[in-house]
Design a protein around this ligand. Sequence first.
Ligand code: C2E
Ligand code: CA
Ligand code: CA
Length: 511
Amino acid sequence: MGPPLAPTSSFATGSAWVWLGVLLAGAFLSYMVIALLRHRAVLRRRLRAANSKLVELRTRDPLTGLMTRPDFEARLDEAVAACDRGARPAALLVVGLDNFRTINEGYGHQVGDAVLTTMARRLSAFSPAPLAVCRLGGDEFSVLLDAGVEQAGTLGRRLAELLRQPFTAEGTELQMSASVGVAVYPDHGSRPRLPGCAALAMRSVKQVGGAGHAMYDPAMAVDQREQAELLQELRHAVERRQLELVYQPKVDARTLQITAAEALLRWQHPQRGTISPAVFIPLAERHGLIVPIGRWVLSEVCRQAAQWRGLGLRMRVAVNVSGHQLRQEDFVRFVLRQLAEHGIPPSRLTCEITETVAMEDTAHTLSAFERLRKAGLHVSIDDFGTGHSSLASLRRLPAAELKIDRAFVQDLASGDNARSIVQAIVQMARTLGLRVVAEGVETTEQRDALVALGCDELQGFLFARPMSATALALWADGDDAQAGSAAMFRPSLFQATAPAPMDGQAGPGVR
Ligand code: C2E
Ligand code: CA
Ligand code: CA
């Protein structure tokens, strides 16, 4: 009898199947475990990526990709600590783009964003490589450099130059400039004071027109304190009746008759004496006080003009209008209401608006100009020649008068350049049918040159200094209190003064 092979083999076959099953199950299980582990690793990687993205979002500026302030501050802490341990000093640069608002308003936010990213790229690519660069917010940036006082000054200048290079943003060719303030640790202050010092230095650059750099100077902090005090006092100046207006005549270049009087603001401070508008107007503009002050000026000018009219004085009055006022929705309405209340025809009031403001070209400025013109008021473009007007942009502005900036009048004697600038302005004004006024005329040589070049009206110390409304009325009345100030001025003609022929009014004639 042979061995019971079949059952054995069937047993063997059966257990082989079992083993195979076990093996397969094992393989499957380990496959699953590996797959699970892999999956977990992928998940963990994804999680880590998401997390670092989140951290990045928290520490990076979403628009420019630059570091944000907290990380930058940490880098500054490290640099300061390293310096305390004997490493090199740390230079902190605060960068503020000049007139960035006009880019946003004029070209839209897309171009504004492109400008910010371009500037951020330039800052990051600066050489020597910054220790850190961050966006402080808006149009301000901070750069941390490994540099001492001497080197930091040069680097500040180079950085301002780099940011001035022209570029194209969203198909628009642009040129920006920036104000760069520099403060160095430990030379200029402790760690907590350093950012404030650099920001102060940056603001001091802005105050003188931007496009440059300045190293922190302790005098800046004193100025700042004084400015803060002045600002507090300025808030009360209107209600305490400390503001007053003086008037400076404009004269016809040919006949020397008075055509208008420009109102100029003075602040009679109880302790500091008379404060110039050159000091407090910029302060008022920066801190939102120019609108109430400007309203006071307008109503006071209208009241004064009505009083002069009552005395028989026929001349136009001019007021200086700041860009902030012009951007107020109800500016034109306010002016017209004041004029109506005092019975002054709108054609008797000139609004002097600086060329820089006039060329801002924002929708608001243009429409305010248009509404002023429609209402019959005169617009004069002040400080002309200092801005960047083109003939094309001037043509769009409904102005009646260009006022050549004093700087060109001053330079008339010294150089041909000023003469050819005045000549070009007069020609441009002729083409556009605008009158030309030259301001700051102090000498007879300047007067003769300006008359020869074809200016229509003149204004300056040669004819009269700014004076009180009463002094002006007395002078007009023949009480010659101002005789010394202008020998060629003929006050007897005052009452017969013709308004400047504008608005299509022909020639001289008393109105
Ligand atoms: P502006 O409108 O260009 O005024 C001319 C400035 O030159 C006045 O200075 C005037 O006193 C001065 N000036 C006139 N003739 C001569 C001259 O022959 N030689 C010299 N060296 N200077 C002369 P002021 O009164 O100090 O005013 C400075 C600026 O303050 C004005 O410049 C104007 O921009 C601003 N301002 C004055 N009053 C107001 C105001 O009521 N509102 C606004 N927003 N700004 C005002
Ligand atoms: Ca003026
Ligand atoms: Ca001026």
